[in-house]
Ligand binder design. Structure first.
Ligand code: NAP
Length: 285
């Protein structure tokens, strides 16, 4: 297993949900974190909670081997806006080089393909895929070759299995995996490791938002992968990073779904197709 203490982590989407839970674990280990999100009030609230956690953990473990103070910085910006990357670049010029990047910011809007507005597709691509690309292009040059740097791009179980209601979302999350796999290979020569996190449904504000438009068929199919708490996802990520796993899938059901997809794709398709048909049938009874 590799070391797991980081000096400086950049976390997009760090003000909420999964990103916030990852930041919580990191500050307690003494990692300096830079949270990126758009809403400045939410960023300030998250930073205050994280600073409390960092100081509580520093005072309870005076003998900690943490390498820095667990300090928290925030940057309010839209990752889909390439122009705003100058702001991130400027922030990275001060302080230690980042040795961990978590690309967690993302958005989901499940709906029937025929009812999904193309502008929503564009917005999902802009944040989930182009946004991840923009942040990678900005942060990677600051990561030191041979410095043990780690990058995590957040995909989803919907990035492993194309699922009813997730035509646009799955397109972006499959894209994240392709981007990460190619980048993994390229950055391996610099000693920077790339991983992808593929959570199942996780109890966060995004999931609440999704539930407003999620088709009944999507609910029925996603039910097979279970629901996790963001803290469980964050712990699973750190465990996966320790083991140098490329695709990190939190939860047993997600792991099984991926395995069946790889080994017996026809079986998985017949399960999800029959779930979709049964659910649609019930709606039209
Ligand atoms: N929750 C799930 O069931 C689930 C399952 C699988 C994968 N995921 C993935 O996990 C990641 C985190 O999701 P979550 O559930 O933790 O969501 P969340 O609680 O809604 O948090 C999303 C975070 O991303 C930020 N964000 C969104 N758009 C942004 C933009 N354009 N620029 C900068 N920041 C932006 C949000 O802050 P602002 O709104 O203030 O910008 C917030 O901090 C996403 O990539 C999501 O697709 C989630």
């Amino acid at each position: 297993m590799s070391r797991l203490s980081f000096r400086r982590a950049v976390i997009t989407g760090g003000s909420s949900g999964i990103g916030f839970s990852i930041a919580s674990l990191l500050v307690q280990q003494g990692t300096e974190v830079m949270l990126i999100a758009r809403n400045p009030d939410n960023l300030a609230k998250a930073a205050a909670k994280l600073s409390e956690l960092a100081s509580a953990s520093a005072s309870s473990s005076a003998s900690s081997s943490a390498s820095s103070s667990g300090s928290v910085h925030t940057l309010s910006m839209d990752i889909s806006d390439r122009g705003s990357m100058q702001k991130l670049e400027k922030a990275l010029q001060n302080g230690p080089a980042p040795d961990l990047l978590i690309n967690c910011a993302g958005t989901a809007y499940p709906h029937y393909f025929e009812q999904l507005d193309s502008d929503i597709f564009d917005a999902m691509v802009s944040t989930n895929l182009t946004g991840t690309w923009n942040v990678l292009k900005t942060v990677v040059p600051f990561m030191q070759p041979g410095g043990g740097g780690r990058i995590v791009n957040v995909s989803s179980v919907a990035g492993l299995v194309g699922t009813f209601g997730y035509t646009a979302y799955s397109a972006t999350k499959f894209g994240i995996i392709g981007l990460s796999e190619a980048l993994r290979n390229e950055l391996s020569v610099k000693g920077i490791r790339v991983s992808v996190l593929c959570p199942p449904d996780t109890n966060t504000p995004q999931l609440e938002e999704e539930n407003r438009t999620k088709p009944a068929e999507t609910r029925a199919i996603a039910g097979n992968a279970g629901i996790l708490e963001p803290e469980q996802v964050a712990k699973s990520l750190l465990k996966g990073l320790k083991k140098n796993t490329f695709i990190i899938i939190p939860g047993f059901q997600g792991v099984m779904i991926n395995l069946i997809k790889r080994l017996f794709p026809g079986l998985l398709f017949s399960i999800i197709d029959s779930t979709a048909k049964k659910t649609s049938g019930r709606k039209h009874e």
